[in-house]
Ligand binder design. Sequence first.
Ligand SMILES: Nc1ncnc2c1ncn2[C@@H]1O[C@H](COP(=O)(O)OP(=O)(O)OP(=O)(O)O)[C@@H](O)[C@H]1O
Length: 270
Amino acid sequence: MKIIEVKKLKKSINGNPVLKDVNLTVFKGEIYGFLGKNGAGKTTTLRIILGLLKRDGGEIKIFEENLTRGHFKKIGVMFEYETLNPEWTVLDNLKQTCYIYGIEEREIYKYLDIMEFSRSDLYKKVKQLSKGMKRKISLINAILPEPELLILDEPTSGLDPEMQLTIREILLEFKSQGKTILFSSHNLNEVQKISDRIGLIKEGETLIEIQIKKELYLVEGNYPELLDNKVKDKNLYVVDEKVIKEFNIQKYQAIKDIEELYIKIMGMEA
Ligand SMILES: Nc1ncnc2c1ncn2[C@@H]1O[C@H](COP(=O)(O)OP(=O)(O)OP(=O)(O)O)[C@@H](O)[C@H]1O
C-alpha cells in the first residue's frame, strides 16, 4: 500500500520557485529518507504533504486518499518548533497530547527514560530547552499516540552521536511494528543507515529514488521494467533519463557505495 504519494509537486514562495517537480512514493512499513542539501525544499515538501502550506500544482495522496482532518489521528509529526507550545512546560505539552489521543499519562515516562530526559526537565518551559532537547521532546510527542505514519523533519539534527543512535533505534523499532516513516535529512550517512528507500531532492526537484536492499542500491527512474533484472546483480543502479543526460551517467553502472552516486548527482562531498 502507498502511504504517501506525491506527484509533480510545485510551489513558489514570494515569486521564488521553491519546489519545481517533487515526486515521491512511500510504501507501508518502510523508512523513507528524504535527502537534500540545506534549502533544497525538504521542509516545504513535508509541510505541503501535511496541509500546512498550500501547493501551486501537483497531486498528493495520504493513505491513498486526499488529506482530511481524520488522517491526523494516524500521523505523528515532528518539526523543529511547530508541534510544541514553547510557553508551556514539557509535561503540559505531553499531557495535552495524551488528552487529545486518549493515552494514559504514564506512557509519557516510558519514552523519557529511553531519551535520557530527567524528571526535572519535565517542568521546564519548552522555550528554555536546548535545541537537542527540543528535538527529543518533539519526537516523544510524535510517537506517544503510536501513529501509523511518522513524518519527521531533520529528527537528529543538533543531537550528539549517541542520541542520534538512540533515535535511529527508536525509528527502527517503530518500523518493526509495520509502521511507516518519512524523514528528511541532509546527512547521507544517517539516511543510508536506516532507510529502505531514499529520495534525493536538489533545488526543488526530486531527481531519483533509491531502493536499498542490503548491499544493493536500486535507483528508480523511468525504467521500472528493468529493476527486477537488477536484483540479481550486485551494486548496479538504474537512473532516470533526465539524470543520465545531465550528469552523463550510464544507464547501468557499478558503484562501490551510494556515496559515489550521491556525490555525482548532488555535486558535493557527502
Ligand atoms: N516562508 C518562506 N519565505 C521565503 N522563502 C522561503 C520560506 N520557506 C522556505 N523558503 C525558501 O524555500 C527554499 C526551500 O526551503 P526548505 O526549508 O524547504 O529547505 P530544506 O531542504 O528543508 O532546508 P534545510 O535543510 O535547511 O531545512 C529555501 O530557499 C528557502 O529559503
